[in-house]
Design a protein around this ligand. Structure first.
Ligand code: MN
Length: 353
């Protein structure tokens, strides 16, 4: 894999690096500063020019540092964080779990990419511990809520897109122009406290059950490195501003809990793609900013071994997962380490403390 990030060697300041498989090339003479922000904001011509110079640098025998010996940092300043809900299987599973006996997909789902604005300030880089959050919970059989540590701490396996070129406030970005604004992608673990979420989310949506931490992988992989496949036409056909040739990224993904793979899936399961998400997000005139993180929503396939969250993998805790060490899990326990992995994107890992 190849990607752009910020790394440091012992005793040195963080700087821009370009990862090629298990090596990191120092590209701080091409990308200045301790984040990728200026580079990202430069737009496609600057991205292509820089990539060409990096290719030259590597071709002329740049001396890379082994990946395992460097420390990795947040690659960019997260401007806004938006989380979509674009996997049909995930939305259907959650509908069945949360609203049993009703139509699992709400009537709007196939007409627009559902999403919410999340908390940019608590996006953290892979390797950062996640402190179990406390909050209000009210079990269904209790009369009143209590405050305390979440008992239902979950993961969400997502693909996150990183905006490079900003757009003008008041001017929607058309679906044809959407990809000009997106530099690349990272893996996202949208940690979720299901008990806090269940009590607080109506009627305005996710809030403190999500905002305590969101982890990203440290290497931003340019879109040009990610394979695409055509998709079935969407039915019903979307409105004009969301209409284009249907396609999806084709990226194998896995969820690893304490060293054991508990789910394998693929981004091809996403119903709405990033072009449609950008067109929808800006359709009211909201602007894109450099560093916006646009996450796909949990990615689940149709097979139970391909679900991207524990609430689905254990069906709301009713079917505990049996792990190789003989233990079982419904939701995460203290000390658990979760890693989301993709050969094309690297990994994002976090331990519950
Ligand atoms: Mn999410």
């Amino acid at each position: 894999m190849t990607g752009y990030g910020i790394f440091s060697r012992p005793g040195e300041a963080p700087r821009a690096g370009y990862r090629v498989d298990e090596s990191v090339h120092d590209v701080s003479n091409l990308i200045r500063g301790q984040t990728l922000d200026t580079f990202l904001g430069g737009g496609r011509s600057e991205w292509e020019e820089t990539q060409a110079r990096i290719d030259e640098l590597i071709g002329s025998g740049s001396d890379p540092t082994p990946l395992h010996s460097v420390q990795l940092h947040m690659p960019f300043s997260v401007a806004d964080y938006v989380d979509f809900y674009s996997s049909e299987e995930h939305a259907t599973n959650l509908g069945k779990i949360l609203r049993p006996g009703q139509e699992p997909l709400l009537p709007n789902w196939k007409h627009l990419p559902i999403g919410y604005h999340g908390r940019a300030g608590t996006v953290i880089v892979s390797g950062t511990d996640v402190k179990r959050p406390s909050g209000q919970r009210k079990p269904p059989d209790a009369d009143t809520p209590t405050f305390g540590p979440t008992q239902r701490l979950d993961i969400e396996l997502e693909l996150g897109f990183v905006v490079g070129s900003p757009s003008m406030h008041g001017e929607p970005v058309s679906i044809d122009e959407a990809l000009d604004h997106v530099f690349g992608a990272v893996l996202v673990n949208d940690w979720s406290a299901r008990d806090i979420q269940a009590w607080e989310y109506q009627p305005l949506g996710p809030f403190l059950g999500k905002s305590f931490a969101t982890s990203i992988s440290p290497w931003v992989v340019p879109l040009s490195e990610l394979p695409r496949i055509p998709r079935q036409p969407q039915e019903p056909e979307p409105l004009d501003y969301l209409r284009a040739e249907p396609w999806a990224y084709d990226i194998e993904l896995e969820v690893v809990l304490n060293g054991e793979t508990i789910s394998s899936t693929n981004t091809r399961h996403l119903y709405w793609n990033i072009e449609q998400q950008v067109a929808h997000l800006t359709s009211n005139g909201a602007s894109l900013r450099t560093g916006d993180l646009l996450a796909s929503g949990t990615i689940s396939g149709s097979d139970p071994g391909s679900f991207g969250s524990l609430i689905e993998l254990t069906w709301n805790g009713e079917r505990p997962l049996e792990l190789a060490d003989g233990s079982t899990r419904t939701f995460l326990e203290d000390g658990d380490e979760v890693t989301l992995h993709a050969d094309l994107l690297g990994e994002v890992t976090g331990t519950i403390v």
